[in-house]
Design a protein around this ligand. Sequence first.
Ligand SMILES: [Zn+2]
Ligand SMILES: [Zn+2]
Length: 129
Amino acid sequence: MHARRTKQRETIIKVLRSTTCHPTVDWIYNEVRKEIPNISLGTVYRNLKLLRESREILEIDLSGTFSRFDGNSDNHYHFRCDKCGRVFDIDEPVNKELDERVARKTGFEISHHRLEFRGLCQECQKAAE
Ligand SMILES: [Zn+2]
Ligand SMILES: [Zn+2]
């Protein structure tokens, strides 16, 4: 049983790390089923939750849409296109000074911050021309 659980989890991680598209659960489920045809959607959900809790993956909460998942668990910034809804990684270092500044100002214990840039991706800009 344990070995099977491990294989499911490893397959989910592999699928997630094979893409930069920040997929939804449905996308992950379809990809994982190519390797483990009898896996259930509930099992995929359960494993994603465990992987998130052990900080091996990130769950990106985008208000008003389905959760998306990220195989890169290091904190990093995202851009979300307002038109097509795609989510991109932003190659910009995370500003840790901001955490310290806000912690000093508020007395809160800050573990991290999330930043999501919004606007139009290159393709949607071209389509609008
Ligand atoms: Zn777009
Ligand atoms: Zn990302």
